[in-house]
Design a protein around this ligand. Structure first.
Ligand SMILES: NC(=O)c1ccc[n+]([C@@H]2O[C@H](COP(=O)([O-])OP(=O)(O)OC[C@H]3O[C@@H](n4cnc5c(N)ncnc54)[C@H](OP(=O)(O)O)[C@@H]3O)[C@@H](O)[C@H]2O)c1
Length: 278
């Protein structure tokens, strides 16, 4: 069985560097997709209330028969539950849907800077962490200015910041802020939902190494030290994305991929995104 490296988060907990993401997997397909991932050897699943498939993720983890301690499960607080009491209640609902004893990691999904209450939200996550029902807490889509405010006004440094990163958006400044403050970086949409796979720099490296463009791109993330969880409902791709640990990119190949950065976001800009579900 392939060995997936783990990273140690700032509170001493351990996270597999490669996981499986379930954004845009329909609830009726999620149980099967997560089953395939767990059978392939993935031991880290990334979901969110916003994805509408927490129930099916929990079901698949329980179905697997794996000891709870062997699968790392992350979920996220949806926009609209940022007030302290709402955040606690939303966490309870997520736990009910997941039907798991505890979560490994719980994140604030978006900072929503115009709403302006993410400090209070973070205090609710600190309370959840103290209760032991989330083994680690963190944030997603936080810019350095948002992180600075949390560090100034609260007592717990987030364990992770989950942000959009791929070769067309390398986010070196946000990653450097994380490194300086002991916040691990998780890269969402690591293959840019397929958009980087035709890039000539990536296809040239893939051809030379006899790997696929997705494997080369995911390997680039792994060697940068980030945590990734590519999504796929296609079993052959789930398998392909897992095979990252029997080859290496040279420093020159790493630099060539990093140089593809063009500041191109697929998702919204966290500084201006303030969407709340109705
Ligand atoms: N925190 C946030 O705000 C946030 C935002 C977005 C995503 N995320 C997390 O990050 C995870 C991954 O991001 P993502 O789902 O947006 O994008 P992604 O993993 O970069 O790409 C997924 C897309 O690429 C295709 N694909 C997967 N493997 C492939 C391969 N080997 N070759 C060719 N195509 C392949 C998939 O198609 P098929 O499924 O059809 O195979 C799917 O269309 C999400 O599932 C979610 O857990 C978090």
């Amino acid at each position: 069985m392939t060995h997936i490296p783990s990273l140690t988060l700032n509170n001493g907990t351990s996270i597999p560097q490669l996981g499986f993401g379930v954004y845009q997997i329909e609830p009726q397909d999620t149980r099967e997709a997560v089953r395939t991932a767990l059978e392939t050897g993935y031991r880290h699943i990334d979901t969110a209330e916003m994805y509408g498939n927490e129930k099916e993720v929990g079901q698949a983890v329980r179905d697997s028969g794996l000891p709870r301690g062997e699968v790392f499960v992350t979920s996220k607080l949806n926009n609209g539950h940022h007030a302290y009491g709402d955040a606690l209640a939303a966490f309870d609902r997520s736990m009910e849907d997941l039907d798991l004893e505890y979560l490994d990691l719980f994140l604030i999904h978006w900072p929503l800077p115009a709403v302006g209450d993410y400090v209070e939200t973070w205090q609710a996550l600190e309370e959840i962490y103290r209760s032991g029902r989330a083994k680690a807490i963190g944030v997603s889509n936080f810019q350095p200015s948002h992180l600075e405010r949390l560090l100034r006004e609260t007592g717990t440094v987030p364990a992770v910041n989950q942000i959009e990163i791929h070769p067309y958006l390398t986010q070196d400044d946000v990653r450097a802020f994380g490194t300086d403050h002991g916040i691990a970086t998780e890269a969402w949409s690591p293959i840019a939902q397929g958009k980087v796979l035709d890039d000539p720099v990536i296809t040239e490296i893939a051809g030379r190494l006899e790997r696929t463009p997705a494997q080369v791109t995911l390997r680039w993330h792994i060697q940068r030290g980030d945590i990734v969880f590519p999504k796929s409902v296609t079993p052959a791709r789930v398998e392909e994305n897992f095979r990252l640990f029997d080859f290496e990119l040279t420093p020159a190949d790493m630099a060539a991929i990093t140089a593809l950065d063009r500041g191109e976001r697929l998702g919204p800009d966290p500084d201006t995104f303030n969407w709340i579900p109705s």
